[in-house]
Design a protein around this ligand. Structure first.
Ligand SMILES: Cc1cc2nc3c(=O)[nH]c(=O)nc-3n(C[C@H](O)[C@H](O)[C@H](O)COP(=O)(O)O)c2cc1C
Length: 208
């Protein structure tokens, strides 16, 4: 693998009120800084317009991220590594991100999603609000793909500060806590690890 063939990373996320969108941008920048070619993609909104309009933060995030392309299956097929982000929804993956994954049945059947690197990030309103269960639920799908999950673990000293080895996560305090330096550091560590592992995997697979 040459530098002309960089690792390709798709950062695919859903975000209502902007927390996950902010983390997705941090992960995208860090992956680019680590030498990856990045596609930042958002999951198509499925909620009714009235629900969006009823929440100023949701309406503002929809406006602010309208220029980010919606994810299509090709974005995930294109990628060597996928970093997937979702707010927790009752301890689970949001329906919008799930819908992106649920469009991949054909690609899964052909084995096109195997041998890729996957990693996830999430946010919740409350501490212990379901972050770990959300990431583990997300990772169920990656096992079905035959993917390789690159969780951050405690591979960097900063992980003992943010405390989530399953993936970057943030507690937004119901809109009171914007994405902070601790979460941004976790995002950068995760992005750099994903790029490093994907680069090693891509180069190794090229020799098989
Ligand atoms: C339907 C729904 C379910 C939610 N479930 C939880 C939950 O189980 N635990 C929690 O702490 N927060 C929960 N939240 C809050 C969001 O996960 C949280 O505010 C998140 O940080 C929002 O991310 P976003 O700004 O990217 O949309 C829920 C929000 C909604 C709308």
């Amino acid at each position: 693998m040459s530098t002309a063939d960089p690792v390709k990373v798709a950062v695919v996320y859903y975000s209502s009120t902007g927390i996950i969108a902010a983390i997705a941008k941090e992960i995208s920048s860090a992956a680019e800084n680590a030498g990856a070619e990045v596609r930042l993609r958002r999951a198509k909104e499925l909620a009714p317009q009235a629900a969006i309009d009823s929440n100023p933060a949701w309406a503002e995030n929809a406006r602010a991220t309208a220029s980010i392309p919606e994810a299509v299956p090709d974005d995930l097929l294109w990628a060597d590594a996928m970093v997937l982000g979702t707010p927790t929804r009752f301890g689970n993956v949001s329906s919008q991100l799930k819908q992106v994954l649920d469009q991949l049945g054909g690609a899964w059947e052909k084995g096109l999603l195997a041998d890729k690197v996957y990693s996830g990030f999430t946010s919740s309103a409350t501490l212990h609000g379901g972050q770990e269960s959300t990431l583990l639920a997300l990772y169920n799908t990656m096992h079905h793909f035959g993917g390789l999950i690159a969780s951050p673990g405690y591979t960097d000293g900063s992980k003992f500060v943010d405390g989530n080895p399953y993936g970057t996560s943030h507690v937004d305090g119901a809109g009171e806590n914007p994405v902070d330096d601790v979460t941004r550091q976790a995002a950068r560590v995760q992005a750099e690890r994903v790029v490093r592992i994907a680069r090693a995997l891509k180069s190794g697979l090229a020799q098989t």
